[in-house]
Design a protein. Structure first.
Length: 126
């Protein structure tokens, strides 16, 4: 996509909306929310580090996602209390799952795909 903070901001908001909606329909598997969360993190990295190459933002997004997941192994009372709030559940998660790491890789990959292929579709139409 064109390197525009506005574009990434819109993508972040749309991804958040899709992620929240995915939690309200029982027919949608829970792992879809994890994939969308990682996609959102990638778009946030693109928003924050707009002049950096995509590779940097992919690595930054994966490190962030993996760090959050591994932090779930830490069970101090104060962070467990935080995880019991809506914000804590959405951002920090509740329990470590190896499968979430795969979801994060897929989610960041989707973000890269949107970043790469959507502008190409636009140029094909013209």
């Amino acid at each position: 996509m064109p390197k525009s903070r506005t574009t990434y901001f819109i993508l972040i908001i749309l991804t958040i909306i899709l992620g929240l909606l995915s939690r309200h329909f029982s027919i949608i598997p829970l792992f879809i929310g994890d994939i969308l969360w990682a996609t959102m993190v990638y778009f946030i990295m693109q928003f924050l580090f707009i002049v950096k190459p995509a590779r940097f933002n992919v690595i930054a997004a994966l490190i962030f996602c993996f760090a959050i997941e591994f932090s779930q192994l830490y069970k101090a009372p104060w962070i467990n209390e935080l995880r019991h709030t809506l914000f804590g559940r959405l951002v920090l998660g509740e329990g470590f799952l190896w499968s979430d790491l795969l979801c994060y890789v897929v989610g960041v990959g989707i973000g890269v795909g949107v970043d790469y292929y959507v502008p190409k579709l636009k140029t094909l139409r013209h």
